[in-house]
Write a protein that binds this ligand. Sequence first.
Ligand code: NAD
Length: 332
Amino acid sequence: MRNIVVAGAGGFIAGHLVKELIKKGNRVRAVDIKPLNEWYQVSELAENLVLDLRLRENCVQAVNGYNEVFNLAADMGGMGFIENNKAACMISVLINTHLLIASKECGIDRFFYASSACVYNGEKQTDPNNPGLKESDAYPALAEDGYGWEKLFSERMCRHFMEDFGLTTRVARFHNVYGPFGTYDGGREKAPAAICRKVIEASLTGIKDITIWGDGHQTRSFMYIDDCIKGIQDIMYSNIEVPINLGSSEMVSINQLVDIVEEIAGIKLNRKYDLDAPKGVRGRNSENTLIKQLLNWEPSIPLKTGMKKTYDWIKEQMTSTGNKKHHERFNK
Ligand code: NAD
């Protein structure tokens, strides 16, 4: 049994992580800034704390008495959010910095930081046929403005806390993660959830139109949440001291992603392209040589399978009356 702090536990990925860590019999302290009734998943077996982790004293309260920290707390969202909230994204630097300082002060043994594919140099992502971004492609640095620069800076802060203070830090660069209990409306949602929502809206209203951001030819890869949760733990307990990709290498265009969701829904929609909407880089994919070689980790859930589970969950949220399951409590 380990004593583990999970920061950002009211959110999508960390909510699943808490559930898994509890299932394995660990003692977990779950922390988030959101009021508890807004957490996507709440484990009644965890110690749940509502704290603003931008503040140093709150970080000390969050980690004190525990041994390990997973930091997945950040003010973030899909392209629609990060392109329009660069300062807010960069302020997340306070969360990781103060968590690292508190971890050093409180004698934490191991620290995980959730970085992102947004650290990669934009000039290496101009072709939709992206061959896959290798870990070394983050430098020379030309990260996604705002959000990506914060991630790159925080990665380096983890590295220097390890080099200078002996704090064991591990960093994963997540490529798009999707699945149930993620954001699907409100402006912070990412492409897979947003497309599911739009297709469900079309099937519920009978208005068979869908608006796609950009021309639909931009490419990405998407990792199902269960693969991500396994990868996070594999990386945390490995001896890998450099930031490493954690993502799928099954690259698709946004148009192909829409095809998949239409097939799941059994519907065909008229596509309208909003060329002025935020669309991010032209082509992005994960290059997984290093993680396969070092951890024998590969995503196990094909995109179609994961999207079906995600679609079904979002549909349930959108059609259940009064009793949205979006915020679920569990006790085992
Ligand atoms: P999320 O928004 O669902 O979860 C983040 C959580 O952090 C939220 O619940 C939020 O309330 C919390 N938070 C924000 N500010 C806080 C503060 N000051 N103090 C305490 N908690 C705070 O996002 P997610 O998709 O679960 O992402 C988790 C991590 O993974 C983030 O660091 C994100 O940047 C990174 N990441 C995610 C993806 C993805 O595809 N979801 C891709 C790359 C990187």
